[in-house]
Design a protein around this ligand. Structure first.
Ligand code: IMP
Ligand code: MG
Length: 181
């Protein structure tokens, strides 16, 4: 496992501190509001689990799962809903929680799709932002870290479904994802 990692980009300690700040900001901004946190499976689950424990106001959780067509390291832009929300949204303030915003295509699709259901408000939260590869503009209301164009794994992020459980956000060795493709 360690042999597949080039370097630690964001340590578990740094993540913890930043997630605490994001939780505090969200707690302030949504005070007195009916908050629905929408976790995007599977990548956001570790971040989501840490984030909601730093939010000190009432909230409910729901999940969506989407698949982006394309190779394992590049998104094509076509998005398909694999699992939809279970709760109605018209009476709620929605906060989408994502793992990483890269081209922006996945989050843009989710924002457009959820806005069309007329929630009271809709904001976005991501632990990582990779702005250098953005193809569509999408507003990030809460962002953990802005990173350069590295392919990263850990803290929920995968390569071929592996590495999600690593506690740090790590740069994967390039030959791991270029071999055999
Ligand atoms: P986007 O639609 O290009 O913004 O891509 C969003 C999705 O691509 C994320 O939710 C991830 O699943 C995946 N992704 C993009 N960059 C990375 C990365 O560096 N590591 C792991 N997954 C990534
Ligand atoms: Mg994802």
């Amino acid at each position: 496992m360690q042999a597949d990692i080039e370097e630690i980009l964001v340590s578990a300690e740094a993540i913890k501190n930043r997630v605490r700040e994001l939780g505090a900001a969200i707690s302030r901004d949504y005070e007195g509001k009916n908050l629905l946190v929408v976790g995007i499976l599977k990548g956001a689950i570790i971040f989501l689990a840490d984030l909601v424990r730093e939010i000190k106001i009432p909230l409910i959780l729901d999940f969506m799962a989407v698949s982006s067509y394309g190779s394992s390291t590049r998104t094509s832009g076509a998005v398909r809903i694999l699992k939809d929300l279970e709760c109605p949204v018209e009476d709620k303030h929605l906060l989408i929680v994502e793992d990483i915003v890269d081209t922006g295509l996945t989050l843009k699709y989710l924002v457009d799709n959820l806005k069309a259901r007329h929630p009271l408000s809709l904001k976005t939260c991501t632990i990582l932002d990779k702005p250098s590869r953005r193809l569509v503009e999408v507003q990030l209301d809460y962002c953990g870290f802005t990173i350069p164009d590295y392919f990263v794994v850990g803290y929920g992020l995968d390569y071929a479904q592996q590495y999600r459980h690593l506690p740090d956000i790590c740069v994967l060795k390039r030959d791991i994802y270029t071999n055999g493709q």
